[in-house]
Design a protein around this ligand. Structure first.
Ligand code: UD1
Length: 345
């Protein structure tokens, strides 16, 4: 049976591109829209090289209602949406809050507005563990209370969850799945797609791999006086391909009308907390490459520790993040090497 088409907004970005690959591998026709603000067209070559399929691509901005309206008219077989189109740098969001509220919220509202008239059955939303703030207890379940956001970026995730819940509760003829990601890392094992941050990376893994490559002289480990076993922060680092696969299962539930509730929420993590130092050690052991690093003061806004209880996703979605962290580190390193070969980094 022919599968329903899935609209992947932000589909040339980091998680979007890996998800497009997994959707195509699972037999879904997709269409990608991206404004290329934090990615480029070459990503389509990578997706095609991996899957043998070049997905149709619309260069456009999801904050523009008419662009999206035309897209739905051009692809009347879209039955599911996975919305990755959003700005995601925590620090930048503090400096440019309106950019974040405008981009992230207008995109979502436009999509929700266009779902009913176009017969779209469901939307998967990229939320984040940031909605839990600094949790009182770890691991966090989906029932762990959400806390006030510490950045406009985090607030857009919280508000977006609320917008979706309110819209569905008001009787919208579609359902939604909120996926709360922990820390996505690594790249496709082919090294044909991966993370390509603009400028100086803010996130740990791109900074680490660039330091290992010699692009940056030294990785700063922000804080070694946290109340954790080795004094550095603890996160739940989840392989990006594992993460992408969860989206395929989620969107399938929506388009095949298998959801148990109008809005379902899932934590996507490994269930294992790993400290920043442990991560550096895992990288060094897995790749045999040293990462020069030094301790630096705590970074403002960082939480001490958070990791997921992924039981719900494991049991309800039948999904597991089972790629070993060492393999994930090797994939991140291969991607960095590939960027060097291409003269990008
Ligand atoms: C943040 C956001 C998360 C978002 C993610 C990707 C919060 C609380 N978290 O995660 O929602 O999805 O970015 O944009 O808003 N570190 C260093 N040196 C570095 C870089 C990072 O030591 O050069 C440390 C940080 O202090 C932190 C850990 O590495 O303890 C992970 O940092 P990062 O990769 O930036 O992700 P988060 O801040 O956890």
């Amino acid at each position: 049976m022919k599968k329903a088409r899935i609209l992947v907004t932000g589909g040339t970005g980091y998680i979007g591109s890996h998800t497009a690959v997994e959707l195509i591998n699972a037999g879904y026709p997709v269409v990608i829209i991206d404004n290329l603000s934090n990615s480029n067209r070459d990503v389509l070559d990578g997706i095609e090289a991996i899957t043998g399929v070049r997905p149709p691509f619309v260069e456009g901005d999801c904050t523009d209602f008419d662009t999206l309206k035309k897209l739905f008219a051009d692809y009347p077989d879209i039955k599911g949406i996975i919305n990755f189109a959003a700005s995601k740098a925590v620090g930048e969001s503090v400096k440019k809050p309106l950019l974040y509220y405008r981009n992230n919220l207008n995109t979502l509202i436009n999509l929700l507005d266009l779902m009913a008239p176009n017969g779209v059955r469901g939307i998967v939303f990229s939320s984040s563990c940031t909605v839990y703030g600094e949790p009182d207890q770890n691991p966090v379940t989906e029932a762990t209370p959400r806390k006030n956001a510490t950045s406009p970026y985090g607030n857009t995730k919280k508000i977006s969850e609320d917008i979706i819940c309110d819209t569905v509760a008001a009787g919208a003829p579609f359902k939604a799945i909120l996926l709360r990601y922990f820390n996505p890392v690594g790249a496709h094992p082919s090294a044909l797609i991966g993370e390509l941050p603009n400028g100086v990376p803010q996130n740990l893994i791109p900074y680490l791999t660039q330091t290992a490559m010699g692009v940056r002289p030294m990785l700063s480990v922000f804080g070694n006086d946290y109340p954790t076993p080795d004094g550095t922060c603890i996160r739940d680092f989840i392989n990006v391909v594992d993460l992408a696969k969860a989206h395929v299962v989620a969107v399938e539930r929506l388009v095949e009308d298998k959801c148990l509730e109008p809005v379902e929420v899932f934590n996507l993590g490994t269930g294992r907390g790993v400290s920043v130092l442990e991560l550096i050690n895992t990288f060094e052991e897995a790749t045999g490459v040293k990462v020069p690093h030094q301790f630096a003061p705590r970074r403002e806004g960082d939480i001490t520790q958070v990791w997921a209880d992924p039981t719900r996703a494991n049991t309800v979605l039948g999904w597991n993040a089972d790629t070993p962290l060492a393999d994930t580190m090797v994939s991140a390193w291969r991607w960095q090497q590939r960027l060097r070969e291409k003269g990008i980094m």
